[in-house]
Unconditional design. Structure first.
Length: 339
């Protein structure tokens, strides 16, 4: 990530501009960066700003001289309590990231908390709760208070209107009683809008109901690695907005272990979590596409030196030669060379 993002979002923190901070985060995620990578970089940025405030620790900044000067300028606007508390919040978010079910919301809450560190907060609430309460993102305009009534002028309540019992009795008698709500099919009489609940069956969750409705027929068509890999890649067309998961699927190909079981080896625990989150949909797509309802998937993190990344042209060429030695004959026959 560029330094500029962190300078901009820190300026938004100092201005208590929560909306701008959330928009910057959305821009970063939209460009394919992982939220945890962003929050880790934010902690590093706040650390650089903190050490730039003291000339003694100025040598600890790990940046170019022009960037270090910007750290000093921004550090002059930040108080030490703000930086200490912001570092604590960002580090806490980083530690809780993997266990969170809604990772983006976790990061957004951390940004909101940091953006409110310099906002005025009721001291009583802060001391009683031991933490800073979240304030509204957009402040509502306060209503103007009426001028207080002077004590020298006595306040006389307005005279109460004369009661008209006869007219009220006539009106109430002419209004028909409200119609009783009709019970919907499947509801008990007198309890509209409440569906019957069986003690034996309990309340079914929407996910459980959906799974029970979709029952796959038994299919036992044989599967090979080529068909499995093609269906694996085609699944990315069903999730066009999930850029990080798409990159994971394209870089980590499946490999058959048996007739009904395949394995996917990924690079880090984050990729394991992302594939498992979509595991049910992914496996259903593969089973229905390959006509094999017995397929099972195993996802694990690669061991050291198990997955070798190929970057240069020479490494790609060597990999092709290992796969097909005849590539060497083709290269020599046509006088080819690496660019």
């Amino acid at each position: 990530l560029d330094y500029e993002y962190y300078f901009r979002i820190t300026d938004a923190f100092l201005n208590n501009d929560i909306s701008q901070a959330l928009l910057i985060l959305n821009d970063i995620i939209g460009k394919g960066f992982d939220p945890q990578h962003f929050i880790t970089g934010l902690s590093s940025h706040l650390r650089e700003v903190m050490v730039s405030k003291d000339p003694v620790t100025l040598s600890l900044i790990e940046a170019a001289p022009d960037v270090a000067q910007r750290y000093q300028q921004q550090g002059a606007r930040c108080s030490n309590p703000f930086l200490y508390r912001a570092l604590e919040i960002s580090n806490e978010c980083d530690l809780n990231y993997r266990a969170s079910r809604n990772k983006r919301l976790l990061v957004e809450i951390a940004l909101i908390r940091i953006a409110q560190l310099t906002a005025p907060v009721t001291q009583i609430q802060s001391q009683a709760n031991g933490s800073q309460p979240l304030q509204p993102i957009a402040q509502q305009p306060q209503q103007q208070q009426a001028n207080p009534v002077q004590a020298s002028q006595p306040v006389t309540p307005p005279p109460a209107p004369a009661a008209q019992p006869v007219a009220q009795a006539t009106i109430s008698s002419s209004v028909p009683p409200p119609p009783s709500p009709q019970a919907r099919p499947g509801n008990k009489p007198g309890m509209p809008g409440i569906r019957n609940i069986s003690i034996r069956n309990g309340i079914k969750k929407p996910e459980e109901a959906q799974v029970q409705e979709v029952k796959m027929e038994e299919m036992n068509k044989s599967v090979d690695n080529e068909a499995l890999e093609k269906a694996w890649i085609d699944f990315t067309k069903t999730i066009p907005t999930e850029t990080i998961l798409i990159n994971t699927i394209l870089s980590c190909k499946p490999k058959l272990l048996s007739a009904t079981q395949f394995e996917v080896v990924v690079d880090n625990p984050e990729q394991v979590d992302r594939i498992k989150e979509k595991g049910a949909n992914l496996l259903y797509y593969l089973r229905s596409t390959l006509y094999n309802s017995s397929l099972t998937m195993n996802v694990r993190e690669s061991e050291k030196n198990e997955r070798v990344r190929i970057f240069s042209d020479r490494e790609k060429y060597n990999q092709m030669v290992q796969t097909n030695p005849d590539v060497v004959l083709l290269k020599e026959a046509f006088g080819l060379d690496l660019a």
